[in-house]
Ligand binder design. Structure first.
Ligand code: PMP
Length: 416
């Protein structure tokens, strides 16, 4: 029973959550009808928790490209590129990503999670330092652990704290990899990349930015937070995913550095797993072209994000610090959050349930993600469902309860 003891703890926590007759872990979409509409438990549901930022999952061109590749090259590669060889599509996608960023080269990984594991563990080793924003994604933490390097966290989005920790490292900065995200996944807030790149470069460390949630979302050309902040030429490695704005699955790293090519030979999460299937690669390439050719998708996404954020803030909800494609709604405890999540489903709206320890600060959240594909009427529906909840739920004032302090309650960022 020794090995199972820790699973028992997980099982007990799950049982406590599902005791009220709500099982958030077995949600299944019986049908997907569009990027924003599905059917769950026989009822239509508005999808507002998908990361489908540009709404490209049902794009006819992407689907056709995927189908063609399935027919021409088969369903899967059945092995890794190192052992079985690359398909032409893998190479083309890497060239297209490098061109898109104006960088020297790119590596495609099988997922974004593996891109972080594969890059961090290839770059850093025992004796080195990974210096990461405290709110970084689990794949960044796991990549740092896999590398065996020392892991130091700096305060979320605090470039002064980063600079202080870099100074303290002394000569070890030469062996230090700083890692941040462009947009953070739970609250949708952006990294202060001008200050972070300045601090990192002044110290002489290397910088990696995970643009998973910012690709296609920020920057004139949709390249992400580094483009928006004007520091694309000062970032050593950009990692990202195909699973959000590109509506597919896979990950990548682009870099101006020639050393990136060596990573292929040193990265176990690249070498020892099957490469993405032909259909995946072809549909992702088509989605990247859509991202480039249709900046109006980005504009629509931001209109939806701004409306949602303003609407919820005006209802008094406690939100993340700024409008973004992800809007985090802070709630006082897991029980309330679970109840509200379920009530939203009853209203026909699906958002993400985030319980401790997944949310920053160990709190509980309802996480909304917007899409360019949401219509104005769908945003109305989303806001109306939250308005119903706010009326029905007796929230403490700081979380926008009926006896709340109005619009200011949500403006202060992290909830208590
Ligand atoms: N990085 C960040 C910041 C993420 O939020 C995620 C996924 N949520 C990933 C990496 C992993 O991406 P993928 O889904 O492609 O594994």
């Amino acid at each position: 029973m020794g090995l199972f003891a820790k699973l028992e703890t997980v099982g007990r926590a799950r049982a406590a959550i599902t005791a009220a007759g709500i099982d958030p872990f077995s949600t299944t979409f019986e049908r997907l009808e569009s990027p924003t509409r599905g059917v769950m438990n026989g009822r239509p549901v508005l999808l507002a928790g998908t990361n489908n930022y540009l709404g490209l999952t049902f794009d006819a061109g992407c689907i056709a490209a995927g189908c063609r590749a399935l027919e021409e090259a088969g369903t899967g590669t059945t092995g890794s590129r190192m052992a079985n060889g690359s398909y032409a599509g893998h190479r083309r996608l890497e060239e297209e990503l490098a061109d898109f960023y104006g960088m020297r080269s790119a590596i495609v990984f099988s997922t974004g999670f593996l891109a972080n594991l594969g890059m961090i563990a290839a770059l850093a080793a025992p004796g080195d330092v990974t210096l990461i924003d405290a709110d970084c994604h689990a794949s960044i933490y796991d990549g740092c652990r896999l590398s065996g390097a020392d892991i130091i966290r700096f305060r979320h989005n605090d470039a002064a704290d980063l600079a202080k920790r870099l100074r303290r490292l002394g000569s070890r900065v030469a062996d230090t990899l700083v890692i941040v995200e462009g947009i953070y996944s739970m609250l949708g807030d952006r990294a202060p990349l001008v200050e972070i790149t300045a601090a990192t470069r002044a110290a002489g460390a290397l910088l990696m930015v995970d643009e998973a949630h910012a690709l296609g979302v920020l920057g004139e050309g949709g390249r992400g937070r580094a483009e928006e902040a004007g520091v694309l030429d000062q970032v050593d490695f950009i990692v990202g995913t195909f699973s959000k704005s590109l509506g597919n699955i896979g990950g990548y790293c682009v870099s101006p550095r020639p050393e990136l090519e060596w990573v292929r030979y040193a990265s176990r999460p690249y070498i020892y797993t099957a490469s993405p299937s032909p259909g995946t690669i072809a549909a992702t390439r088509a989605a990247l072209q859509q991202l480039i050719a249709r900046p109006e998708l980005r504009r629509r996404l931001w209109e939806n994000a701004a409306r949602t954020y303003a609407g919820l803030r005006d209802m008094g909800f406690a939100l993340g610090p700024e409008p973004g494609p992800v809007v985090g709604v802070f709630l006082p405890d897991a029980e309330t959050t679970l109840g509200m999540w379920h009530a939203l489903l009853r209203e026909g709206v699906y958002v993400n349930l985030v319980l401790p320890p997944a949310a920053p600060g160990g709190g509980s959240l309802l996480r909304i993600s917007l899409s360019a594909a949401h219509t104005a009427a769908e945003i109305d529906l989303l806001l109306a469902a939250f308005a119903v909840l706010r009326e029905r739920t007796d929230l403490p004032a700081a979380f926008g309860g009926r006896k709340g302090t109005g619009t200011d309650a949500g403006a202060g960022g992290m909830a208590p």
